[in-house]
Design a protein around this ligand. Structure first.
Ligand SMILES: Cc1ncc(COP(=O)(O)O)c(C=O)c1O
Length: 361
């Protein structure tokens, strides 16, 4: 069966347009479009309520979130231990801050940085560990914290995928010195473009200052900042989409379960922590890159467009000057892809896609 309309790997979930226009009326009335306005402040407090924390600082996107986090912890110029299995933004943020990424290979099951290999990578120049909760699967935050404390390192978690996940009794975005997330259009919670940093106390105040040109609340310049402010328009979009998150999560879970029930043990899956996963992606691991390319070719021929994600392994990209072998990440990157999953993808279509994959295997 060939789909008449293309099925892409994901689609944004948005509330009806009239909800958005209603939310925008007060923006037009006030004439306030940016500068930490009322929508951004409400978006932050609604996220705090949703996640059960008090640490949200909204910013322009999930990439600037990582960069601001690195600035707030004074990491510029140091070595940052990180994972090669992520989106390029994790690595380019490190390079952008004139830091050196030091890649530690991943665990082949969780697909997160392997905590048992971190300590061997620590040098006198190491300043921080930057972990990624891959596809929302929590990093081993306890082990990472132990190594960090022992070597006086800061910890940042890139939780671009991890919105809405609770772990060890609290929001997964409340771990480390700072966590970050993304509200990009493809994420579980979308504000079109957008992101947030999460921290408490003086670190939170510094993050707020850096996103606003280094100003303090009285507009004194106290830091070297940037312009990381979320606009009122993006915050309004986030606000109307936030209440949809629980139902999106349920729908994506149903899709995940449907894929698994059909694909069964014919492909491999990421091992994720039970009850700590938001099902926002449907990654499958094939036997080889050759097999993966065959499956992609077949799906494309049927108007289905999965995505090689994450690919390539970041230790192999040109921007990184020195190559460090990470055999597990390189191997997984070469044969992993994410299948279509979004709120209004019909379970019948999921069944058909899964059967196409099976037929190719
Ligand atoms: C793991 C990871 N980190 C960072 C980002 C960057 O987020 P943004 O697109 O909001 O800049 C992404 C984006 O998809 C991501 O997947």
């Amino acid at each position: 069966m060939r789909f008449e309309n293309p099925i892409f790997v994901t689609r944004s979930t948005v509330a009806p347009l009239n909800h958005y226009s209603k939310e925008l009326e007060s923006v037009w009335e006030s004439g306030i479009f940016t500068h930490n306005g009322p929508k951004v402040r409400r978006f932050e407090s609604e996220i705090n309520r949703f996640l059960g924390c008090d640490s949200t600082v909204a910013v322009t996107n999930g990439t600037i979130a990582i960069q601001i986090a690195m600035r707030a912890l004074d990491l510029t110029g140091g070595e940052i231990i990180t994972t090669p299995f992520s989106w390029i933004a994790t690595c380019s943020s490190i390079l952008w801050e004139r830091c050196t990424p030091v890649f530690v290979d991943i665990d082949p099951n969780t697909l997160n940085i392997d905590p048992s290999k971190i300590e061997a990578a620590v040098t006198k120049q190491t300043r921080a560990i930057l972990g990624v909760h891959v596809f929302s699967n929590p990093c081993d935050v306890v082990k990472i914290d132990t190594v960090a404390k022992k070597h006086h390192l800061k910890v940042i978690y890139d939780g671009a995928h991890a919105f809405g996940v609770q772990h060890l009794g609290r929001s997964l975005l409340d771990f480390g010195d700072i966590s970050t997330t993304s509200f990009h259009a493809t994420k579980l919670l979308s504000s079109g473009e957008g992101g947030a940093v999460f921290a408490n106390g003086s670190t939170k105040e510094r993050l707020q200052s850096i996103r606003f040109f280094g100003h303090d609340p009285e507009k004194n310049i106290i830091d070297t900042g940037c312009n990381g402010k979320m606009t009122e328009l993006h915050a309004a979009l986030g606000l109307i989409n936030l209440p949809l998150v629980p139902s999106i999560l349920q729908k994506r879970k149903a899709i995940y379960q449907q894929y698994r029930s059909i694909l069964d043990d014919k492909v491999r899956y990421q091992h994720f922590s039970e009850n700590a996963y938001n099902f926002s992606y449907m990654p499958i691991i094939l036997d080889s890159e050759k097999q993966l390319l065959r499956v992609i070719e077949e799906l494309n021929a049927n108007n289905v467009f999965p995505r090689r994600y994450f690919y390539p392994s970041l230790n192999t990209v040109n921007a990184v000057k020195e190559y460090t072998p990470c055999p597990i990440s390189e191997d997984i990157s070469s044969r992993i892809m994410t299948l279509p999953s979004y709120h209004d993808l019909d379970l019948k279509d999921v069944t058909a896609i899964a059967k196409m994959v099976l037929a190719t295997l």
